[in-house]
Write a new protein. Sequence first.
Lengths: 620, 620, 355, 355
Amino acid sequence: MTTGTVTEEFKELDSVVVRFSGDSGDGMQLTGTQFTNASAIAGNDISTFPDFPAEIRAPAGTLAGVSGFQVNLSSHEIFTPGDSTDVLVAMNPAALAANLPDLKDDCILIVNEDAFSRANLKKAGFAENPLEDGSLERFRVFSIGLTNLNRLALEDIEGLTQKEIDRTKNFFALGLICWMYDRPAEPTLEWINKKFGKSPQLVEANTRALKAGLHFGETTETFQLRFRIKAAKLKDGIYRKITGNEALAMGLVTAGKLADKPIFYGSYPITPASDILHNLAALRHFGVRTFQAEDEIAAMGATVGAAFGGAFAVTASSGPGVALKSEALNLGLALELPMVLIDVQRGGPSTGLPTKTEQSDLLMALFGRNGEAPLPVLAACSPGDCFNTAIEAFRFAVRASCPVMLLSDGYLGNSSEPWQIPDPSKMEPIKVEHPTQVEGEEFLPYARDPETGGRPWAIPGTKGLEHRVGGLGKAPLTGNVSYRPEHHQQMIQDRQAKIDKLTDIIPDQTVRGPESGDLLVMGWGSTYGAIRAAVSRCQAEGYSVASTQLRYICPLPKNLEELMGRYKKVLIPEMNCGQLAFYLRGKLGVEVESLQQVTGRPFKIETIQEAIRELIGKGA
Amino acid sequence: MTTGTVTEEFKELDSVVVRFSGDSGDGMQLTGTQFTNASAIAGNDISTFPDFPAEIRAPAGTLAGVSGFQVNLSSHEIFTPGDSTDVLVAMNPAALAANLPDLKDDCILIVNEDAFSRANLKKAGFAENPLEDGSLERFRVFSIGLTNLNRLALEDIEGLTQKEIDRTKNFFALGLICWMYDRPAEPTLEWINKKFGKSPQLVEANTRALKAGLHFGETTETFQLRFRIKAAKLKDGIYRKITGNEALAMGLVTAGKLADKPIFYGSYPITPASDILHNLAALRHFGVRTFQAEDEIAAMGATVGAAFGGAFAVTASSGPGVALKSEALNLGLALELPMVLIDVQRGGPSTGLPTKTEQSDLLMALFGRNGEAPLPVLAACSPGDCFNTAIEAFRFAVRASCPVMLLSDGYLGNSSEPWQIPDPSKMEPIKVEHPTQVEGEEFLPYARDPETGGRPWAIPGTKGLEHRVGGLGKAPLTGNVSYRPEHHQQMIQDRQAKIDKLTDIIPDQTVRGPESGDLLVMGWGSTYGAIRAAVSRCQAEGYSVASTQLRYICPLPKNLEELMGRYKKVLIPEMNCGQLAFYLRGKLGVEVESLQQVTGRPFKIETIQEAIRELIGKGA
Amino acid sequence: MTSATQNGTAKLTRKDFASDQDVRWCPGCGDYAILAQMQKMLPELDLPKENIVFVSGIGCSSRFPYYMNTYGIHSIHGRAPTLASGLKLANPDLKVFVITGDGDALSIGGNHLMHVLRRNIDVTVVLFNNRIYGLTKGQFSPTSLTGHVTKSSPLGSIEQPLNPLSVALAAEATFVARSIDVETKHLQETLLAAAQHKGASFVEVLQNCNIFNDGAWHHVTKKENKHNLLFLEAGKALRFGEENEKQLKVEGLGLSVVEGSEKDELIFDPTEPSGALAYALSRMTFPEFPVPVGIFRQVKKPTYEQGMESQVQQAQKKKGQGELLDLYLSSDIWKVGGDGKVPEDREALKKEICG
Amino acid sequence: MTSATQNGTAKLTRKDFASDQDVRWCPGCGDYAILAQMQKMLPELDLPKENIVFVSGIGCSSRFPYYMNTYGIHSIHGRAPTLASGLKLANPDLKVFVITGDGDALSIGGNHLMHVLRRNIDVTVVLFNNRIYGLTKGQFSPTSLTGHVTKSSPLGSIEQPLNPLSVALAAEATFVARSIDVETKHLQETLLAAAQHKGASFVEVLQNCNIFNDGAWHHVTKKENKHNLLFLEAGKALRFGEENEKQLKVEGLGLSVVEGSEKDELIFDPTEPSGALAYALSRMTFPEFPVPVGIFRQVKKPTYEQGMESQVQQAQKKKGQGELLDLYLSSDIWKVGGDGKVPEDREALKKEICG
Ligand SMILES: Cc1ncc(C[n+]2csc(CCOP(=O)(O)OP(=O)(O)O)c2C)c(N)n1
Ligand SMILES: Cc1ncc(C[n+]2csc(CCOP(=O)(O)OP(=O)(O)O)c2C)c(N)n1
Ligand code: SF4
Ligand code: SF4
Ligand SMILES: [Mg+2]
Ligand SMILES: [Mg+2]
């Protein structure tokens, strides 16, 4: 929290990291989202990080049940939700305990002291009450009886149970924080009206809770300071907030529109990919057909079938589900039909950490299929970038007539950032051609386009092009079953060639920072924000370092090797045990340094900064 | 066919490659096997290569229906079934057509002219009858009316249909070849008695067919020469013929005995792995429980369950099935239980070439799982070596308490070689310890053995050690569910560490040939024979080249990098697009040359020889 | 492509449906007969052949699509119903067949079979039941009898077989039937009825694998054993036997065999909603009972595609054809630059975005 | 470990079966009640707790093993029956439970459920049916009703639900029952009967998910709706209603509801071999029919393990305990070196090999 000049009663800040934390039942995700919306509308750059437990409702008051939502607000461009917390709202002792390691030294701590009962302290693992034993001295603690204050504020509303009343206390907290940061209450009030419209009592209750919070800040003298964060200088335009999963859903629908193709989405629910299904299921009026399959194999099979039928077919899952799809995906590869598979990665192996983020499915995406089975692999690097990557995935799939793997992760999927609403009419259409019968010409389903290496996408219903495809070895051109050695070798080469030919439309990899120098920090996927921020800080410190984020993992951009060669060292931070590093070494034979973290959490900027300093040498 | 001195009427040969080829219904596999057995018993070194069509019975007379069995017999040690054919028995035009490209120039061609009808010629794609148009001039053609000769020989046996009679003509051919190569008829006669014992007519028919063939050679003057191949100088001992799949089955049972553990084998049939199931299913008296599951996932799941129950649990499959097992295998990894998964690789991707061989599942074996999921990967390099590798796989699994991947392939699985019968009492036992309750001590299911990194294998039924395991993130020691970042990182490191610790028991990689020099040819799996033969031929030609075969792919032997560094170049021939080459580059950062062949067929010695010459430079 | 009749063009014939690929089953295999009846039946549907798709899994039976001159997918083991589902949802105008074997459909693919049936997706599933894994050369299958000695059960199978019809009925299938490879006419009629059914239809065809399980159905396919068949016909009594002298009667809630006259006849009705009789019939095992063939169940229910398409239409009626900009704007928005005020008017807003 | 009774030791109590882990279901979840009844029931089995294993898949329900102080595996989604099968075959002396949800058992795991039942492997499957995917936060499941509005079906589900009991019956299960989370006594008794059954037993427990599908079973769980339950009891009539005034009667081969006296009562017998009545009962849907609970089917058949073990024993009787050398020698052999002659005598041969 960089402190600035004081205007009136407001202290001006560059940016602030606020974290709402409480029991899963406390509505912290909602509170954080509302505060984020209000801040976005106020013009700040934002970046959020929701962090919820794996259980639906872990036992109240336990560490396992803590649900957090972190938002970074800034008057300049930011790329991560922030390394550590400036303001923590802790609804109970467990929330406090869970977040203590991440708090800055003069962090503002707003604590619901009503929840600091003996029982709750014990569940959180506190021997003593930290509000009393002095252990929080280095923070600016505001201990408030939120529950009771809120009860008082709502006491005369009829027809509400105690439980219902208490459930609104998050809005009290929200009101208080909105007051502190001078955020407008209107968006939240509107939301309350929309959400609870059918129950006047609940509208009243939540409205009152919010206002009570605002007024509490206003009227008590507990808080000496209020803060303001100026609007960020984002590019002119209309903005909304977007999560990676929303962006994927919208990107897919957009790809369909750009190709004049209906979207078929076959999927089986799994955290953290399910929201794509939820988002798309609500878009029937876009002609989107969502199919909740009986499992991931069925989802993949249906996707292949729909692709054969001529739809823009997509499926998505997370680690365990993607593993299950492997065999049917490979059929899609052998049939050479366009389709997209999205992996919203989570902590592995096995069931692992369903609600935590990781980048450890990269090698599975590249190699997790039997036989020589190359597929394009793309990685989105920010929530908004998921939108573009979804469109690009279909562009690639159509061009190379093959499934495309799109990698996202739990962090991208759930966190949000401002997104400038684009003009659909300016987007490049995706050209799809379906052949029709040419009189007197034999139809050759595996004849290849010399430019792209793709094969014709002839769809059922087209007269004269009846043909059969399958997963067995094939003869070139006809696609008839063939076990001949030279046919097998040829088909394997052809399939590799069309993937390689995608480099013709892959832009050269570029860097942020010097075109050559001591160090290039290269990432892929959601490490983008942390890497970019860390590198620009190090640049400011005088280090000769540039950053670059790989979107095209297979095939790699043509200039990548040359680019990497321009730096003395290349550092690859990954939320895995060095999978991209291994891949690039194997593929290009280059030397790279690997920075690995597998904790279920995104990188802190600081961690990468440290690694940069270390690698270049302290005395840059 | 190296010609030697003529003794009596016999010409002595070093080695000969005989190929029996006909319709799938013609019994060529059987004929080849019998001839091989007779030759093995005569003391030759042998190496066989069965090559059958994907269809059960493709339409008679077509190329698709050709079934072949090649055997290489030798008076010295050999390692492959031979690059090209010295003697071809062709039962019909399709068989001739299919094999023409592989015939040596003065190849002896024994052709069933009765099958060279217009219709059959057409099905085989011959415009003219090759027996008449001079196109076979460079071969030594013996065109014999096999069908009719055989009918004549059997005509007075009562109660046989024409079809049944014709079905014995393979034995006529076998008899003829046995005569030519001076092979004893007894083993085959014994076999006939055992096989057809219940039907005296069939015993009579097959016996007569065999003898008719022998006598035909004896009495007609068609054949001017007979050949002899001296016994090979194999190590003293008792021998049998063994295929890779037989060796795996016997190796698994042996592993069980060495550990005093029952074998549980859960599997779903798939070519070319099914024979392991068939072999094991007949071994109930060894306490082997085979479970034919409803699919590969169930087979893997049952294997994990049986491992938890304390059995030596194994599953096997081929490419598509191994892909399906990925998720459940990963559970086995997370539970940290010993078990073995065998992949008998076949041509991919997708259904691919079920009856052809390939090595293209290596990267899937290494990386085809979500999350950071390292497992030991071993590769057997010859049919007999499958036996040792199966035992070693369990040794590793028990030590590191994890699933072990064992790679074989269709070529290893089906081809055979002589195998010296070992003395079970001289084999090193596999030490398995199951903990029991220690009074007053808390049982920690994920406490690690400091030497091996493995965890205790506590099995149900053990009082006081009741505990729960699962696929979610865990705390060290207790194994209780934990989402804590440091626990996750710790468990990932611990699992990697125990794999790495296996290098403590992995022998240093050794070479055949000079300890340093121009070139090291490194292979893995079934390329062993071709590489060894090619390298020793090149050594004879004066090249500075050594060979080595990797059995331990993950983890790699400690000295591997150093070893590779001792040669100017390293060549890796693989039946894939360079997967091991990629892996070694990525893992060790070394430069390697990759020789790739993906045709569904094993390497020819010649192909590797060529590559060696090319790499070192013609003028070695 | 809504109309599926071939107006004005000549009716197709059996030959039109034969592809140029050599048929590669073993000589004598029951699959040939099924192929022939399918090719003979299809012209009756009066559909352009480009609107027909055969989807199969893996197995001898699953080679079927290669021999049909229609669109086709030879997919992977057990998953054909999933491909068919996606295909049919992507293009509801197609006539989609699923060709499968007892291993393909009931072993690895059992779950997909259940789900395509319960969803009532309008596909016709034809299961070739030879009680063996043919393609992998003779292991027991989920329909093999207990005690069956095969390559993988040298001491005899210890499994209870599944009954494909019971499974299909329990999976809520709206059309369930059984026929036999050698009963050519019956087979053709059954396939036709199945193909004409709107919704998921399921046909078990008893098929002989003369290589690995010869004679599995001899008790009903040999001439002298025909009397063991019971031909189910809507509105007819459940009679069978050499002279049609036997009939089935309800006992408790099971069935029993009696000889008898016409009174008290149990009249068969495949449209009966509960399907209880159909299920009871499916439970009958030889030799205690005859082997019923024909249509066991035939009821009308909305198909999955209809549900899907009507949701699409209703959504479009309510919200209009989706517009991308509306989608992007379906959340709180704000403006950066200019006066910082988001135009209230939708058109103005769009103009601002699209310039 | 052949005897499973605890001779001489004190009987276990409910508490012995509670693990030290915090139970993490939502307050009010029906799963608590099932856990409690299970823990109360287990002492009745009189088994040492180290001989009991709980295997589950993934879902809220599948967290169950963590709370049981027995051996346990929280496996992967849908596959618990496969792990249980392998475990039971590896160690037939164990008592193995499979805990699963409607999604786990009938969606991704439908096939494994069918196969563990048809193989009659001696495991007890308990399916927590809340008609929703709880753990993934509220998508419709294969037992959700058509029209159900959920996160993944905002316009209502267009699928036909599966009936778990029909599926289990069609899968040849030898024990099939249903109970309810809140019917504590009935639940406990049903679990006990299931656990005591030799062979695969299947229990559907109607369970309330108060977070994502509250009230799915209110029509039988609310006090005022108890009369909608029909308690199946062997040897008793099929009566229900506020005053037990209604009963079921066979009509055609379906069931119908009549009011009436004791004559013509349809007496229930879960051991009837065909299972036709059990199936007909499983088809009954509310509100046309009452909701039957209790044991639908209970028949004796050999278990898979018994089959396996007896094959092992018979093989050993016939061939003796397998010896490795015999295995290696089970093929043509020859000798290299010495006189080149393989000793005819087996012992001499072995000596030659083992030196
Ligand atoms: C994933 C996978 N597992 C196993 C196989 C091997 N396989 C091919 S067909 C088949 C069973 C065939 O039996 P069935 O479905 O009854 O067909 P049939 O050959 O008898 O017509 C098996 C096990 C495979 N191709 N793919
Ligand atoms: C392979 C795989 N696919 C999907 C998931 C996500 N998932 C976990 S539980 C579940 C469904 C749970 O529903 P149910 O079985 O009814 O259990 P409940 O939570 O309702 O008790 C799903 C889809 C997963 N963990 N693994
Ligand atoms: S193996 Fe059997 S099912 Fe397969 S083609 Fe041959 S006869 Fe037909
Ligand atoms: S989500 Fe539903 S099923 Fe899951 S624990 Fe909560 S109430 Fe129970
Ligand atoms: Mg079959
Ligand atoms: Mg559920």
